[in-house]
Design a protein around this ligand. Sequence first.
Ligand code: ADP
Length: 190
Amino acid sequence: MLNIVLFGPPGSGKGTQSEKIIEKYKLIHISTGDLLREQVAAQSELGLKAKEIMDRGELVSDNIVIGMIRSKLEEHQDGPGFIFDGFPRTVEQARELRKALTDYDEHVGVMISLEVPREELVKRLLKRGEECGRSDDRLDTINNRIDVYNQQTMPVTYYYDKMRKHASVDGIGSINEIFERIVEVIDKKK
Ligand code: ADP
């Protein structure tokens, strides 16, 4: 299996690049943001709770997210591998991912972080808000999401640094240019 963590702040292009990575490497895509939005759309109890938290730009509890990940791993345990998008977002989630993968004798091969400056992130997310109407793409929520990323999520890079699994990729450029940089990192790891 090839398991990749695609990491980076909100608006760094994880979703866009995930689509291209899946196409090329035939991996199973797990986006905790998408899984949570499915629950919101279905108006489940979990979804109703999650919506409030997401609209504030805060993080949904580790337990909820880890539960969703574990059930996806179980569902696709014989697959070609996973791309984790928007997860892990806390060091606790990273530890739990390691444990969950170990249960299947698997591990994260590489964690790729997309580097994009704050002004560019805000610009991209405001544009997405206008185009797609995602309820968390408004200026106050965007600013809070980036602050939460810097405080709670950035430390995840040190976790993978220590295991020598962290690779930074410049997230500025055309979609194809950025994708080529990612492919180079993945092919070196394979
Ligand atoms: P973005 O990367 O643009 O913030 P996501 O779709 O990854 O978009 O996440 C949207 C929201 O969903 C987050 O702001 C957060 O509230 C929630 N969320 C997604 N993934 C996680 C996670 N791994 N842990 C906690 N909350 C999460």
